[in-house]
Ligand binder design. Sequence first.
Ligand code: DGL
Length: 263
Amino acid sequence: MRRDAPIGVFDSGVGGLSVLREIRARLPHEALIYLADSGHVPYGEKSPEYIRQRCRAIGDFLLEQGAKALVVACNTATAAAVADLRERYPQLPVVGMEPAVKPAAAATRSGVVGVLATTGTLQSARFAALLDRFASGVRVITQPCPGLVELIERGELRSDDTRQLLTRLVQPLLAEGCDTLILGCTHYPFIAPLLREIVPAEVKLIDTGAAVARRLDSLLAARALPGESAAPVRFWTTGDVQLMAKVLPLLWGEAASVSFFPG
Ligand code: DGL
């Protein structure tokens, strides 16, 4: 495996860009490829088997592009498919992600933690195991958020629709005394500024992007695979190329060209 090979990062859509920015900040000398499976978004309401098939198609494509590591920048895809991907590509580091239950349980003062995530994540065996392991002594209230990912995919980070939906989703959690909210889907960090306006200042918002970048860093170091030179990120989508090119400046901070992956 070559050190200058790229890292393949993917999500059901553009949400994983919130993880990509953490990777870029921590590992500025890595070549990165990002694939948004926006032709099949949202994953949150799809079956685990459907998601596993999507992840295999995407993983094979990223390997064809020469990836030396894979990052599943999606909580829902991790829950459904990370074990399958690790079996399929035993030669590669495969980094997944889960809602940050452990840090949230440590951070709460009220003892009530809210989890915003997709239905798929919240119904998964991995999430149940996470709660068993790290949430004893804490009350965890889960909130699926259908419709939110679609708004973020369109770049509606501050629209009236997004504000109304988000308010409706978090109000019951606040009413139960949540002082810590887990952003358990990689799309949600993009609406954190709006969420900050909706929830009281003392409510903590916790996400996992930086932890994923740290884990990737240590896996690459352990395999003597750290990269040596930066290159522009290559972006791919299975969805609307023009829409992704339009939302990139908003979500990634700069314009870039986007290629179509029909897989
Ligand atoms: N961004 C994804 C996650 O982290 C899922 C969004 C979706 O496709 O439903 O869970």
